[in-house]
Ligand binder design. Sequence first.
Ligand code: GLU
Length: 281
Amino acid sequence: MKMSKLGKLLSVMMVVALFVLAGCGNNKADNTAANGNTAAAGESEAIAKIKERGKLVVGVKFDTKLFGLKDPGTGNVEGFDIDISKAIAKHILGDENAIELKEVTSKTRIPMLNNGEIDMVVATMTITEERKKEVDFSDVYFQAGQSLLVKKGSPITGIQDVTKDTVVLGSKGATSIKNIKEKVEGITVLEFDNYQDAFSALKAGKGEALTTDDAILYGMAAQDPGYEVVGEPFTDEPYGIAMQKGNADVVKAVNDTLAELKANGEYDAIYKKWIGKDLAK
Ligand code: GLU
């Protein structure tokens, strides 16, 4: 029987589809083999890529005092998360300066990681079950908890004073937004692109409280003594370093770095330097 034009087209498409599928299969097999081979030498493809590039590209905050803050004068970015990032670069590449820091916000950090712009996120990021669906996390490297920043003299002295009529400010993509909406039903939360904008809005009187992790809020209070952190933290925010899913060796390199820092006392020194007190043990 003579094949119709449509029939021919369909069979060509099927052959193409088969090739494509076979190709995918092969690639996968190649990758696995490559991973297997390099893993034998102690390295995954992701680690090899970082070494080939000669630098670790890390997503950090540029607007968060104590964790990742860019000094507009010198252009230097400094903070707790930066010191941890440098230690990871040293562990993987033997040089803490073999690093490029790229700015992320709470909203952009997962997309930037998963589209390959950065190797990892070290940016005040809480480990959550929801985020674990999209990224892999290291062990916990910092324990924070959500709190409130208010103008000194505010009637708000803790979460118990926040009602659905309170206007609260926060940063898009942060766990803090969801958390406070769960705590106070019907509350209005104004969401900003980053924390500096949220803090400017608080100073401009656009809301009565800014909510995020206590450690971040202490940094803001240090920037402007007219503001203070009130009440006890009302959530647990364990920070983890996020990496693209499926690179066990990168996760191991990061966890090994954290373990080393804890064992040799450097972690305590970094904690003291930025958080201003000894680590509560
Ligand atoms: N740790 C919280 C979070 O991961 C708030 C801090 C932030 O927005 O980075 O969402």
